[in-house]
Design a binder for this molecule. Structure first.
Ligand code: PEP
Ligand code: MN
Length: 272
């Protein structure tokens, strides 16, 4: 990957640690939990408090949803960001939320602690340039049809604009398999570590699309060296407006959080 200048492991001596609130991604396990989309104030506050009690150290929730159909719920926009703000105040959890339009980056970053670039926008170069100009960490998801090289070049776009705080996120790619929603490519975790100094987290919710597969893939991600996980958790999954088949209850997430923390500690021990 000749053209990587800033993202490549050779470009700096130390691995990048991205600080979000009190969490140092790269030094400690990032556990991001929350619903696919922000729906109501009560849903966000309740989910945030329960996710925190279950072991999450960051809260996710989309106020802008990139949906396949224009007739599906598109997110609450500004109202959603205000609910996220209230959930942050109630729980103390920093906010991870997606931005889908370059014109929104500046004002959305006043609410977000981490700006998420979704898989569908990975190569939206104007969006990448905009998030590269703000002073907020960026979670860059892998595009569902993207190679490692294409993905890392997108990280390079953000770094080249002056924002050093990029976190990569493997979320599965399209293959011929239909049992799972995507094929979670966990080989990317050590591959990313081999090539770049950037932290990488994994999204087994979108990576599998199946509740029963999320826990084992969370454990496997951390065993492969992931710096964190982003998992869809809803206080009432049956009622979720988006991605309800993959939404976990806070209780189910709590079991995962406990197990992955043990796997993380074991991996640190092995690395000594
Ligand atoms: C999401 O995390 O809400 C999302 C839409 O994921 P992806 O961009 O990976 O499909
Ligand atoms: Mn989702």
């Amino acid at each position: 990957m000749k053209k990587l200048q800033l993202a490549s492991l050779n470009s700096q001596n130390e691995r990048t640690i991205v600080k979000v609130g009190d969490v140092e991604i790269g030094n400690e396990l990032a556990l991001i939990a929350g619903p696919c989309s922000v729906e109501t104030e009560e849903q966000m506050i309740d989910t945030a408090i329960k996710a925190k009690a279950a072991g999450a150290n960051m809260l996710r929730g989309g106020a802008f949803k990139p949906r396949t159909s224009p007739y599906d719920f598109q997110g609450l926009g500004l109202k959603g960001l205000k609910y996220l703000e209230k959930a942050k105040q109630a729980s103390g959890l920093p906010i991870v939320t997606e931005v889908i339009d370059p014109r929104d980056v500046c004002w959305v970053s006043e609410y977000a602690d981490v700006l998420q670039i979704g898989a569908r926008n990975m190569q939206n170069f104007s969006l990448l340039k905009e998030v590269g100009k703000v002073n907020k960490p960026v979670l860059l998801k892998r595009g569902m049809y993207s190679t490692l090289s294409e993905w890392l070049n997108c990280a390079e776009y953000i770094l080249a604009e002056g924002n050093p705080n990029v976190i990569l996120c493997e979320r599965g790619i399209r293959t011929f398999e239909t049992y799972t929603r995507n094929t979670l490519d966990l080989s990317m975790v050590p591959a990313v570590k081999e090539i770049t100094h950037l932290p990488i987290i994994v999204d087994p919710s979108h990576g599998t699309g199946r509740k029963s597969l999320i826990a084992p893939m969370c454990n496997a991600s951390v065993a492969a060296g992931a710096d964190g996980l982003i998992v869809e958790v809803h206080n009432n999954p049956c009622e979720a407006l988006c991605d309800k088949d993959q939404a976990l209850t806070p209780e189910e997430f709590e079991v995962i959080a406990k197990d992955v923390s043990r796997v993380y500690a074991l991996m640190k021990e092995i690395a000594k």
